[in-house]
Design a binder for this molecule. Sequence first.
Ligand code: FAD
Length: 382
Amino acid sequence: MAGLCMAAHLGSRGLRVAVIEREDSARMASPQFDGRSTAIAHGSTFILQECGVWETLRAKACAIDDIRVADQCSLAALDFATRAAGNQPFGYIVENAFFRYTLFERVRELPSVTLKCPEAIAAIETGDEGVTVSLQNGERLDAPLLIAADGRHSFCRTQAGMRTRSWSYNQSALVATLGHSKPHHHLALENFHPGGPFALLPMTENRTSLVWTERPDVAETLKNLPEEEFCQLLRDRGGDYLGDIHLLSPRMLYPLSFMLADRLQSERLVLIGEAAHAMHPIAGQGFNLSLRDIGALGKLMAEAKERGEDVGAALLLGAYARKRHLDHFTFLAATDLLEKLFSNNIFPLRLARRFGLELVEKIPPAKQFFSRMAMGLLTGTD
Ligand SMILES: Cc1cc2nc3c(=O)[nH]c(=O)nc-3n(C[C@H](O)[C@H](O)[C@H](O)COP(=O)(O)OP(=O)(O)OC[C@H]3O[C@@H](n4cnc5c(N)ncnc54)[C@H](O)[C@@H]3O)c2cc1C
């Protein structure tokens, strides 16, 4: 999604782009491909507008009007409603399959974007003047810049010898789409349990997206439970407000890890999205962070093109890295801290959580601060 958004952003400004994607586009746009949905913060919708896809996505996006965060061990809770946020939704839930479909359609209609799909990169040669990418079909592409958006195990990043810091959370996220008898009223619910967060996110057509995090062995057991037993556990975990629940999709597992690249640029190469950073989905911020990478790099490249300058110059890539460093660091550190603070049942931390949540609930400016953060209106670059 990051690579396609980047291409749509640059293509919308007339820059020539080739997108190399090894998976088949029809397969990637099917709901069985990853089964996930993405929470798009209100602030991120401005970047999607620049990519020319927000109007289409909005038609099938479900607004989040209320957020309820609760700690199951201390029973403290925090409620946010759009009334507190100037009546704007906090954000929207969009299905990844539809997201990818829309992005593929957008890049196909842009005359300056070429899609090489399915096709993979075999080798990369960089020099002072530009970069040459060899594809597995033998074709060679010359460009001033290679933007690596090839995910957390990035081939491009490894080829450039760029190092990362990473660790596993020893947790897996179980993801599924749910149907239910009662309306969700646009509520996003996140309950913290010692095994990991449990989130229910509102979707269109009265469906709900489940992200249930547990230790990998527990998640595997949950995945294989009979549907009725599994849905009963969902109700017990906090999903009872949805009435009768049934599964609309297979259950899928995602192992969770932290990863941050030591640097974002190398000669004629730059990292965006999960090739640069991967975080715990506890706050649903990973792709929102990637969208801010895309907005920043797209703006710098479009300005350079307008001035007739080199869009892959070291100076431009350095400016991008400086702009993005603080935002990456802030969000990765904050989500890591949240995970460590909430995924346990240790008494002093339980007390701290209760005290913290009650304090935020009672102090309007603190609550407003967190509302703005959830809406993506507050970033590490502010
Ligand atoms: C359970 C879960 C829930 C999440 N929920 C949210 C959320 O609510 N909100 C949010 O903001 N974020 C969320 N995220 C994060 C979000 O899903 C990711 O940021 C996003 O999917 C990653 O996108 P990406 O395009 O950077 O990387 P990827 O999805 O990994 O894409 C990389 C692409 O590169 C291609 N590729 C790789 N190598 C090559 C090669 N050599 N040649 C050609 N192509 C190649 C791959 O086929 C792939 O299509 C969540 C993550 C998880 C795990």
